[in-house]
Design a protein around this ligand. Structure first.
Ligand SMILES: [Zn+2]
Length: 455
């Protein structure tokens, strides 16, 4: 069976891919609640002849396996949605359900491409009698950056030789330096309530502590390593202005290019919190959440992904799709589209066509984070993106949700399925390619994987 037969197999699976994208888009589930989504994939893959291996700790995690012996190739699938990003597939902000969850990170497309590629590779192994095992990984809780960390801790990735990953984005490109490391911390301040006008001197405001902590962290930003990120939110700061708030909380994410930097900055953020508590005579309790590692580069693997991106035929869009992309792009902040066009080196059309320059993008970092970073610490992993929404559009926006629900997103997912299948084919049929990737992984591996686990 030659590679073209495999591409034909993926082409034949296009209707299934679209069906998956649409089902998940219409039934978005938040991180930790992806019960129906996980079940949907389990059923589908079981029907295709895969054996399901469930996680013993996470009811929403599993892997589906087909084949025998080495190599064992993993394809990473995700399916969680984001709060508040419910959106119809149209070029104006229009939630399907006001305040409801939506696929603003395109994980409906992500899991679909991974499943289609896994099914196509299963059929290839079956029809050609090629030795090897294909696994689809059903990875929940990516938006909380912890599902895969928990799955690794459970030993679910043991035996894998390489992992294939992709993510929807605004361009087609391979990422060598995919993600920043990240950690999550929640700070709960406790003060003393009082009448804010009658006896303010008797009160100690927990909200003041949250505000002073923000001020401290905003000063801290200048004195951390380049490309670090510190961001926060609060969902409790008292009930009414005339009551001094006795409780308030803040949720922080700290990101940096290396997990060690994240650990160090996180300690300094904790000191700022303690300082804020001291200034306001309140107390603070810290709750440590899960963290995730940065993405470990593997040039040989990225090169192979690039070759496959060029080899697989990219999407062709209809005029209607191009018009939709243009109107969606027009809703972005002023100058964003122009900036993206400068980056991609072309003015028109609004969708990125072709494949991003290998040299240019190998130096660029995707400054989001993903628990796929942890996978890249223990197994060689590749990462690429395909255009699923217009240039300049960022994930975690209603515009990305709109793209993820449209045929543009579905075409991006189909393209990704072809690329994943193509890379898998090369790994199964060219042992020297896999050997080169594993060799580089072993060379760079300093066995320092130390996950950040929650309290
Ligand atoms: Zn995502």
């Amino acid at each position: 069976m030659i590679k073209q037969n495999l591409y034909d197999e993926v082409q034949g699976l296009a209707p299934l891919g679209r069906k998956i994208c649409r089902y998940l888009f219409s039934n978005p589930e938040l991180s930790g609640q992806e019960h129906n989504s996980a079940e949907y994939y389990r059923k589908l893959l079981k029907k295709e002849g895969f054996t399901i291996v469930d996680s013993s700790t996470l009811s929403t995690a599993f892997y589906a396996e087909y084949g025998q012996g080495k190599p064992v190739i993993a394809v990473l699938g995700e399916y969680d949605a984001l709060p508040g990003l419910s959106q119809e597939a149209c070029a104006e902000k229009k939630p399907v359900c006001e305040g409801g969850p939506g696929h603003g990170c395109g994980h409906n497309l992500l899991g679909s491409a991974a499943a289609v590629a896994a099914v196509a590779l299963k059929r290839f192994l079956e029809k050609s009698g090629t030795k090897g095992t294909i696994r689809f990984y059903g990875c929940p809780e990516e938006e909380l950056l912890c599902g895969k960390v928990k799955m690794i801790a459970e030993g679910m990735f043991e035996g894998c030789d390489a992992a294939l990953s992709w993510h929807p984005n605004d361009g087609n490109m391979v990422h060598d330096h995919g993600y920043l490391a990240n950690t999550s911390m929640k700070f709960f301040f406790t003060g003393k309530t009082s009448h804010a006008a009658f006896a303010p001197h008797q009160g100690r405001s927990a909200l003041d502590a949250v505000e002073l902590m923000s001020v401290g962290c905003n000063y801290l930003r200048e004195h951390v390593v380049d490309r670090s990120r510190i961001h926060y939110t609060t969902d409790s700061g008292g009930f009414a202005p005339n009551i001094v708030p006795d409780h308030a909380s803040a949720w922080y994410f700290v990101r940096a290019p290396h997990i060690q930097d994240v650990k160090e900055i996180a300690q300094r953020v904790e000191l700022v919190a303690k300082g804020a508590a001291m200034m306001t005579q309140t107390s603070v309790r810290v709750e440590h959440g899960y963290g995730c590692c940065e993405f470990k580069d593997n040039t040989s693997f990225a090169d192979l992904a690039y070759v496959n991106m060029v080899e697989a035929d990219g999407p062709k869009y209809t005029q209607e799709e191009m018009d939709f992309a243009k109107s969606l792009q027009a809703t972005l902040a002023e100058g964003v589209a122009q900036q993206a066009n400068r980056l991609y080196g072309s003015e028109e059309p609004s969708m990125h066509m072709g494949v991003g320059d290998r040299q240019l993008w190998s130096a660029c970092e995707m400054t989001a984070s993903s628990d796929s970073g942890d996978v890249s610490y223990i197994i060689p992993t590749c990462l690429f993106t395909t255009a699923c929404w217009p240039k300049g559009c960022s994930p975690h926006t209603w515009q990305a949700s709109a793209g993820a629900g449209s045929t543009i997103g579905e075409k991006g997912s189909h393209y990704a399925a072809k690329i994943l299948a193509g890379i898998g084919y090369d790994l199964f049929t060219k042992p020297e390619e896999l050997a080169k990737i594993v060799h580089e992984f072993n060379d760079k591996n300093d066995n320092t994987y130390e996950p950040i686990l929650a309290d």
